[in-house]
Design a protein around this ligand. Structure first.
Ligand SMILES: *[C@@H]1O[C@H](CO)[C@@H](O)[C@H](O)[C@H]1NC(C)=O
Ligand SMILES: *[C@@H]1O[C@H](CO)[C@@H](O)[C@H](O)[C@H]1NC(C)=O
Length: 290
């Protein structure tokens, strides 16, 4: 019930942000900040998480990995090599799901660069958001809770460990950013990277237990720089965790995984975001010496 309430509150913020009517207010109770929605009327306009939807038939030059069924109970795109004592990375998609060719390309590159196993689970259970006008986003999101998705990721992490993985990192994009943050509150993961997150709130940062990197976009209206800096302030007060926060100039929401492949600046920005994520995982995911 609490989870549902939180989601509804977060969703209201997302909807209001789309309408450009979200105002930020800092309360004087110990620096606690929260979003205030002054106009709760839903916008008929598409909200920014849904702009630049991925091209699902795009040719990105082939996939290095395979779809695996029932790994930790999930269908997954899996790429790279699984080594005993090695590390693994789980990448969690945005609303458009685990089939997006660019996301799989990122997984292939991360696997290659880290020399590890990378898994992109289908946490939307064959029901990604599809821009179908018969099913508005506000309806769709009600049955796609990132908090529940984080719970469903735990058996996947257990399966990876059973297969000899020593540490697991989680990278999340947009909706997947909230999934990654939920997992960072547990002992399940050793490092987390979130790119242009959605639904992540300041209070989440108080519970983070592992090193976290936050990659925000200067032009992102879902998690604008203002919010990203508030997340950073909350992390500064959460002394337990190493964190790094970066805002990419001129980058819209979706810049890390839904970039325009014919725009050199957008490509460069996305590559930099991927490189930053790889560096973070390389630093914080230990390899067991055997
Ligand atoms: C999506 O990718 C396919 C295959 O590369 C291409 O033919 C098509 O034009 C692309 N669609 C858009 C909207 O860019
Ligand atoms: C992608 O970038 C190219 C080159 O800058 C531009 O001509 C094109 O309009 C962009 N496509 C979209 C969908 O923004």
């Amino acid at each position: 019930m609490l989870v549902r309430c939180l989601l509804v509150v977060a969703l209201a913020a997302v909807v209001a942000a789309a309408a450009g009517r979200l105002a930020l207010a800092k309360e004087n109770n110990g620096g606690r900040a929260r979003w205030q929605v002054y106009s709760p009327a839903p916008s008929p306009k598409k909200h920014p998480c849904l702009e630049n939807p991925p091209n699902m038939t795009e040719n990105t030059g082939g996939e290095a990995g395979d779809v695996v069924h029932g790994y930790g109970g999930l269908e997954c795109y899996a790429t790279g090599s699984r080594r005993s004592g090695g590390r693994a990375v789980i990448l969690v998609s945005d609303y458009y799901g685990f089939r997006a060719p660019k996301l799989r390309k990122i997984a292939d590159k991360v696997a290659y660069q880290l020399g590890c196993y990378v898994v992109v689970p289908d946490l939307l259970f064959e029901d990604p958001y599809t821009d179908d006008p018969a099913r508005p986003f506000e309806e769709w999101i009600k049955t796609h809770s990132p908090v529940e998705a984080a719970e469903k990721t735990k058996p996947l992490i257990a399966a990876l460990k059973k297969d000899g993985t020593s540490t697991v990192g989680v990278g999340g994009y947009c909706w997947g950013g909230k999934v990654a943050v939920e997992l960072s509150k547990t002992e399940e993961t050793k490092a987390v990277v979130i790119s242009h997150p959605a639904l992540v709130v300041v209070d989440d940062m108080k519970e983070v237990k592992c090193p976290i990197e936050i990659l925000g976009g200067e032009l992102d209206t879902i998690s604008p720089p203002q919010l990203i800096h508030q997340l950073e302030d909350a992390l500064d007060q959460n002394k337990r965790v190493h964190h790094l926060v970066k805002i990419f100039p001129d980058a819209p929401h979706g810049f890390a995984c839904r970039y325009n492949a014919t725009d050199p600046f957008a490509v460069k920005t996305a590559e930099e975001a991927r490189a930053d994520m790889v560096k973070w995982f390389d630093k914080y995911l230990e390899i067991m010496k055997r």
